[in-house]
Design a protein. Structure first.
Length: 228
């Protein structure tokens, strides 16, 4: 009888260890950086020009010059059922002011990050005339105050796990240039998310194991009563 109980206790311990192994990844937090699969800017003064091969991006808002920047990320590596905890969009500023040569003209600019539902545009084809529509209500707005600095925007609400994402930058005044993915300072989207998938596995294992333990204990109890 002691030998039998010992075997059963060993079996229970094995189940417990098995649960521990599968419990570790539950609600695991993942930090991952994503980089653009396409980026370009468009401007109203040269409506048919494409700037997808340049090493910089532009946003501008003057009476005689409007420019928007489009950036696309592929987030298919994020599980569809993941919970997005934080999304931080990062760009390095190249210049502030009117024109690429005016690095010393430090005019602060407010930059709004908007979202477009269009994920079909092509980096080497997009221009002012065929640019995708986008929401004019920004996800967030932040200021850019100096060149050659990394700027960040929190865009958690815009991220949908497993899908592509198009962000659109617009200026509220003045002009600002950023480094594009063709440069040494690629734009970045850093996402922190929670993986939910393993929770289902653990719940099933816990349920099955609990039932097995109850059956096992009941069997031992009945066996003892019969021997008495």
């Amino acid at each position: 009888m002691k030998k039998y109980i010992s075997i059963n206790l060993t079996f229970i311990l094995i189940i417990f260890q098995f649960l521990l192994v599968f419990y570790i990844p539950v609600n695991a937090q993942v930090n991952k950086s994503f980089y653009p699969v396409a980026d370009s800017y468009v401007r109203d003064h040269y409506q048919e020009n494409n700037y997808g091969n340049l090493d910089y991006l532009m946003v501008a808002n003057y009476t005689d010059k409007i420019a928007f920047t489009f950036i696309m990320f592929d987030l298919s590596d994020i599980p569809n059922d993941a919970y997005i905890d934080l999304g931080t969009f990062k760009l390095k500023s190249k210049y502030i002011g009117r024109g690429l040569t005016k690095y010393d003209l430090l005019v602060p600019n407010s930059i709004g990050v908007c979202k477009s539902e269009d994920i079909s545009w092509i980096e080497t084809d997009i221009n002012w005339n065929n640019k995708p529509e986008f929401s004019q209500e920004p996800i967030t707005v932040d200021g850019v105050f100096r060149p050659d600095s990394w700027e960040t925007w929190e865009i958690t609400e815009a991220i949908i796990p497993g899908e592509k994402l198009t962000l659109v930058l617009k200026a509220y005044h003045e002009e600002t240039g950023f480094y594009s993915r063709e440069s040494d300072y690629c734009p970045e989207l850093e996402i922190t998310y929670i993986e939910r998938g393993p929770i289902i596995i653990v719940q099933i294992i816990v349920a099955v194991s609990a039932i097995s333990v109850i059956i096992l204990v009941g069997f031992i109890f009945l066996r003892r009563r019969r021997r008495k």
